[in-house]
Design a protein around this ligand. Structure first.
Ligand SMILES: N[C@@H](CCC(=O)N[C@@H](CS)C(=O)NCC(=O)O)C(=O)O
Length: 103
């Protein structure tokens, strides 16, 4: 496995909620606001602020067929992007967050 892939996978495995993000991205901001409003603990990695951000984004594209950010995982499950997490019913999001020990 490439080191970027290993790094991405470790972040997914070690965090109940992992958000691969970019600091200037409005969709990422909306996702982080939704999670914060839901009272969830989450780990956000700002790919534009780290040297290997582009490599990690490429690794995520290979792993999930999704290149855009935010790229969201809850309890190691790939949720998708901001539109996907916003589309979850409130109760569904809550049960995923509970199962991930994020609430
Ligand atoms: N439909 C996507 C839109 C996400 C999106 O367009 N993100 C932009 C950044 S704001 C992106 O990933 N652009 C390509 C890039 O940054 O490499 C979602 O809801 O997450």
């Amino acid at each position: 496995m490439s080191s970027a892939k290993t790094k991405a996978q470790n972040i997914i495995d070690q965090n109940g909620v992992a958000v691969f993000s970019k600091s200037y991205c409005p969709y990422c901001k909306a996702t982080k606001e939704l999670l914060s409003k839901s009272g969830a603990k989450f780990y956000a990695l700002e790919l534009d602020q780290i040297d290997d951000g582009a490599d990690i984004q490429n690794a995520l594209a290979e792993m999930t067929s999704q290149r855009s950010v935010p790229n969201i995982f809850i309890n190691k499950e790939h949720i998708g992007g901001n539109s996907d997490i916003q589309a979850l019913k409130k109760d569904d999001l809550k049960s995923k967050l509970t199962a991930a020990n994020a609430l």
